[in-house]
Structures are given as C-alpha cells and as structure tokens.
Design a protein. Structure first.
Length: 203
C-alpha cells in the first residue's frame, strides 16, 4: 500500500510574482514516475525532478502518486488552497520488502530522513515569509551543506540572497539548483531576470 505524505512548501509571492502556477516534485532517488490520480484513474505526468503546471492536474483535491521500481510508492495529497500558489514536494522513497533499501539502491548514499528535510525547508520558508532573511540564509546554507544534491535547498538559498538584493550570490545558488533540476521554470525565470540587470562584465 502506498504511503501518504503531505509535504507542501510555499514560495512567497513577492519572489515569483504572477508567474504561472506550478507544482515542483522531486524525490530521492530521482527518476521516479509521477502520476496524477482522479476518480481512481492514473495519468502519468513525467519523472522526478518535475515541474507540473497546475492546469495539467485533474480534480479539485489533487492527488499525486510517486513510484519507482524497487521502492514503495508514495501518495501525495495537495490541499485545494495550494492551487493558488507555487508548491514544492519532496518524497523520500523507501526500499520495498524485497530488501532493496535506500543505501544499496543509491550506491551507499546515507538514508535521508524526509521528516528532517521537510522541517528544515519549512523553517526556511517561515523565516523568508517573516523577512528574517539572515536566519533563512543560515538555515538554507545548512540544508545545502547536508544535502548538496537537493535542488530545493539551493533554490531557497537563492531566494534568501535575492530578497537581500545579493544578486550575484543568488545567481550562484540558482545555477546550482538548475544543475539538479534543469526544468525548474521559476528558477530559470529568476536567473533571466537577474542576468538582465547585470552588465556582462560583472558576471
């Protein structure tokens, strides 16, 4: 049976403005298939990391299923209120009863606790929302130090720098986020916006 997780992180509108509404889905390990489920029907949307326009998700109560061979599937439920903003979802896939655990499936990578990651991300977002940018920056730096391959950490670090007008530092963080999630439209739009205001000689 699929485990159900509700892991929703909001990006402040003051950063993304009026960009199209999307749901960003990532997993550990990556390459998991993402499906939307409505009326007991599954529709494949792509593989993680993935950015999904909200318009492509059927149903008022959004239900996403994240699956990868050798791992237990995850069922992620998005509340209706999340459809008015940008959401980021991260799923830690557990090995199934066949014995393929996280460490062996990832070549010895240490098991990542999704609860810890979600708490760290939520704390960063809370500090960004409260305009505690120094605290958000410090927490984001801790996140990328501990989990350097997670795009969400670099995105949040870039947000903290961006909101402090530290555009060069924000660019560096966003570039790292795009290394791990090259299809992230919102981050790419921010990169384009920042680059358009920086002379080429200063890049």
């Amino acid at each position: 049976m699929a485990r159900i997780r509700l892991i929703i992180i909001f990006i402040p509108i003051l950063i993304y403005g009026c960009s199209s509404m999307t749901v960003q889905v990532d997993s550990q390990p990556q390459g998991a298939e993402v499906y939307s489920q409505a009326d007991k029907r599954l529709k494949k949307l792509g593989e993680t990391p993935l950015n999904i326009p909200v318009s492509q998700i059927e149903g008022s109560n959004v239900h996403l299923v994240i699956k990868k061979t050798g791992f237990e599937p995850y069922s992620v439920i998005l509340e209706k209120r999340t459809l008015s903003t940008h959401a980021q979802i991260f799923a830690q896939l557990d090995g199934n009863e066949g014995g393929r655990g996280i460490a062996s499936a990832n070549g010895g990578i240490e098991n990542v606790k999704i609860e810890k990651v979600s708490r760290m991300v939520a704390s960063i977002q809370s500090n960004l929302y409260k305009r505690n940018y120094d605290s958000a920056q410090s927490l984001a730096q801790n996140l990328v130090s501990e989990y350097p391959s997670f795009a969400v950490g670099w995105s949040l670090l870039g947000n903290a720098y961006y909101l402090q007008q530290r555009h060069q530092d924000a660019l560096a963080a966003y570039y790292k986020a795009l290394e791990f999630d090259p299809d992230n439209i919102e981050v790419q739009n921010l990169v384009n916006k920042i680059e358009s205001g920086i002379p080429r000689s200063d890049r």
